[in-house]
Write a protein of this length. Structure first.
Ligand SMILES: NC(=O)c1ccc[n+]([C@@H]2O[C@H](COP(=O)([O-])OP(=O)(O)OC[C@H]3O[C@@H](n4cnc5c(N)ncnc54)[C@H](O)[C@@H]3O)[C@@H](O)[C@H]2O)c1
Ligand SMILES: [Zn+2]
Length: 355
């Protein structure tokens, strides 16, 4: 199979390229080498990849020649600096996806695997002892400022128990990035209906592992902690550290992409399917910081009580559908993965991107 991997010079994309290549597939990489993801590396000419933006229709048309499937990883990630970043996110992620899909339609490419995200769910799934499953709204700034981090039942104000989110949970994006990730799925679903294409969105949970970028406002929490440790500083854990997440290793995510690319051609034309992609082993952010710090040999994390308004309290995946329907199985355990991550280099923002 010849696969166009957009964003293939990034953290997850470059691991997908390695996985596909070692399985005997051919990967064509198109990546704009965004400065927010690659720092100074964006200035360098690079060989072996097409350095172009997914919004550049001509470049995408050329990249699509002879392609059997598209694996769309290119996106601006993270929460960004502030709302001023919104046009950048929407441009890269949504206009970019629209241009890519229009080009794919023109080129007769019908199979798409999309890098989705758990951020589409907003606050995960909760149970109230009285009201059953409930969906708390966004947390109030006044509560966060007072250190009241747990969302309460919207009907009775009782403390809730977090549970696992399934793919059929209602979507509820809580920030600009999340909104753009949801719009990518909606564009992909519209594309399948309009063209008879087939699309799979893998809703990744918190991906970590070697090659993560150093900390920028555009990276994830594992990257911040790892960068602090590398500087000899304590990881700064926001809120009280009890936020639950599912940390999934980048090689498991790359393997999920490989099985999705194998499977997508067998779907019914016009169909779109979403799959949660998580380890199935939820942990708190505080536990992750402690595990990483101890594997690194210190210093120990510090709980700061700080908060970011766009953050959700708990969101953990139920990834059964991906296991049962596509036969994917994560192989990296939490302690083993964090030990490897603590020792592995991060992507040097000033050097050439990892491939
Ligand atoms: N890292 C995570 O935990 C996580 C979680 C959920 C979803 N995702 C999704 O996974 C995908 C890959 O993320 P990552 O963590 O590897 O980030 P990354 O920043 O390392 O990689 C993204 C790559 O896309 C490129 N890119 C961005 N916009 C582009 C554009 N308009 N045209 C061409 N190239 C462009 C960047 O230069 C970069 O190389 C993204 O779609 C992201 O939304 C990541
Ligand atoms: Zn209640």
């Amino acid at each position: 199979m010849r696969v166009l991997v957009t964003g293939g010079a990034g953290f997850i994309g470059s691991e997908i390229v390695r996985t596909l290549t070692s399985a005997g597939h051919e990967a064509v990489v198109l990546d704009a080498l965004l400065p927010s993801a690659h720092g100074g590396a964006a200035d360098r000419p690079d060989s072996g990849i097409i350095v172009a933006d997914v919004r550049d229709r001509e470049a995408v048309d050329r990249a699509l020649r002879g392609i059997d499937a598209v694996c769309h990883q290119a996106a601006m990630v993270g929460l960004g600096k502030d709302f001023a970043d919104a046009p950048l996110y929407v441009g890269c992620n949504d206009l970019g996806t629209a241009v890519l899909l229009a080009a794919a339609a023109g080129a007769g490419v019908r199979n798409l695997v999309l890098a989705g995200s758990m951020v589409v769910y907003g606050e995960g799934r909760y149970e109230c002892p009285l009201h059953g499953p409930v969906r708390p709204g966004p947390r109030a700034e006044a509560d966060l400022a007072e250190g009241r981090f747990e969302p309460l039942c919207p009907s009775c104000g009782t403390e809730l128990t977090p549970g696992l989110v399934g793919e059929d949970a209602p979507v509820d994006p809580r920030n600009v990035y999340a909104t753009t990730k949801l719009a990518q799925e909606h564009l992909a679903a519209s594309w399948t209906r309009a063209t008879g294409g087939r699309a799979v969105s893998l809703r990744y949970h918190n991906v970590y592992g070697p090659g993560m970028p150093r900390d920028t406002p555009y990276a994830g929490v594992a990257s911040f902690f790892r960068s602090s440790l590398a500087r000899g500083e304590s990881p700064q854990v926001f809120e009280d550290g009890a936020q639950r997440r599912d940390f999934v290793h980048v090689r498991d995510v790359a393997a999920a992409n490989a099985v999705a690319l194998e499977a997508v051609g067998g779907l019914r034309p016009g169909s779109f399917a979403a799959y949660n992609t998580g380890s199935g082993e939820p942990h708190t952010i505080g536990e992750m910081a402690a595990e990483l710090a101890s594997a690194h040999g210190g210093p120990a994390p510090r709980i700061t009580g700080e908060y970011r308004l766009g953050d959700v309290r708990h969101v953990t995946a139920d990834s059964r559908r991906l296991r049962e329907e596509l036969g994917w199985k994560p192989t990296m355990g939490f302690a083993e993965g964090m030990a490897e991550f603590a020792a592995a280099p991060q992507r040097d923002m000033a050097a050439s991107p990892a491939r």
